[in-house]
Design a protein around this ligand. Structure first.
Ligand code: PMP
Length: 298
């Protein structure tokens, strides 16, 4: 199909050459885009990337799910990331590989379409944990694993996260919590959730969410610290006598939850959240020998 010569762009008729023809791509129109979020940290042993291999495996999995040919293998992407961090002189930062179907083509036939693959980085100082958040159980249910492959990070899925986010903000809270189709707690918009009760950590089973790499890290670190961690189906009522709730994700690392509307209000110090958070910091800073395997030196 041939496109018209002119398009309407922000109120003006503009020639298609002047406008970016990427506007027509299937990545934009259908969310046919995959991405990853990775952190790097400035440590005594130099700049390290945290759990790079797992992030790249997930990225490649996401690309395969959309039948996307990236044209680069894992080693080449890793080299690209290292080169880019050095070129930007970034020591502590965030890394975003992102690939999308970028052919100016209408319709959903993405097979064999052109792909654009970028890696973006920006500085992100490793600092204090974010302030505790207030959460709201959104009316939107988490995407069902029968509808999409939740192990992939595909941009189109994030319409669900965005709607939940708007719903939570409109209700006066910071972040949404999604339940699954059966009414069990699934996850936050872009993070996983842990509930602490009488010294035991509970987190939803892997079924109805993106099983975060941070979630996996926290389970392993908590068990290493001899905490019991149980993966469990939890209804919102289960939050009512929780002692602590926290979120996990590559960007936020661990973040305390101060309230879940109607179900949970934190009035004690988040002791276990703090203990695990401190351990996480030691690990990413290369001060826990046992977990050096998770660090890639740039
Ligand atoms: N759930 C969703 C939907 C996400 O987008 C993310 C962020 N990647 C997470 C959970 C947390 O995953 P991770 O710990 O790997 O960053």
């Amino acid at each position: 199909m041939k496109f018209s010569d002119k398009i309407w762009l922000n109120g003006h008729i503009t020639s298609i050459e002047k406008a970016n023809t990427l506007n027509f791509h299937q990545g934009l129109n259908y969310g046919a885009c995959v991405y990853e979020g990775i952190r790097c940290y400035d440590t005594k042993n130099g700049v390290v990337i945290f759990r790079l291999d797992e992030h790249l495996e997930r990225f490649l999995y996401s690309a395969r799910t959309l039948h996307m040919e990236l044209g680069f293998n894992k080693i080449e992407i890793e080299e690209g990331i290292k080169k880019l961090l050095k070129a930007n002189k970034i020591r502590s930062g965030y890394i975003r590989p992102i690939a999308f179907y970028s052919e100016a083509k209408m319709g959903i036939n993405i097979l064999n379409s052109k792909v654009t693959f970028m890696i973006l980085v920006w500085p992100w100082k490793d600092g204090e944990p974010g302030r505790p958040v207030g959460m709201y159980i959104t009316k939107y249910r988490r995407l069902d694993p029968a509808s999409v492959d939740l192990k992939a990070k595909i941009s189109g899925y994030y319409a669900n996260a965005l709607l939940g986010y708007i719903d939570a903000r409109e209700a006066g809270y910071d972040q949404p919590i999604f339940l699954d189709k059966k009414g069990y707690i699934a996850e936050g918009a872009v993070n996983n959730i842990f509930v602490v009760k009488q010294g035991v950590l509970y987190t939803p089973k892997l079924r109805n969410m993106l099983g975060g790499i941070t979630r996996d890290t926290i389970i392993k670190l908590a068990r290493d610290l001899k905490f019991k961690v149980i993966e469990k189906d939890m209804r919102p009522e289960y939050l009512k006598n929780a002692d602590e709730v926290f979120l996990t994700g590559t960007g936020i690392e661990l973040q305390s939850v101060k309230e879940i509307a109607g179900y949970f209000k934190s009035d004690i110090r988040s002791t276990i959240t703090e203990i695990i958070s401190k351990r996480y910091k030691l690990v990413i800073n290369g001060q826990a020998l046992k977990f050096h395997k998770w660090l890639t030196i740039v």
